[in-house]
Design a binder for this molecule. Structure first.
Ligand code: SF4
Length: 60
């Protein structure tokens, strides 16, 4: 059965950060309010899940 609860085709995916933000909402079953509380720190998208760059971005 195909999941249709959060159709990505209608979302703003115009930048990588927006796409990640939308993917994270999808990952949380379509519930935006659950994304900040994601506990999967090992996920490669974790630092970007709120639609912003991490504070240390660009530092060496
Ligand atoms: S950071 Fe990873 S595990 Fe957490 S909501 Fe986003 S995609 Fe899902």
């Amino acid at each position: 059965m195909k999941y249709t609860g959060y159709p990505m085709k209608d979302r703003d995916l115009s930048t990588p950060l927006k796409a990640i933000q939308q993917f994270c909402i999808f990952c949380m079953g379509g519930e935006r309010s659950l994304v900040p509380g994601c506990g999967s720190e090992a996920c490669p998208l974790f630092q970007y899940r709120l639609g912003t760059l991490p504070d240390n971005q660009g530092e060496t």
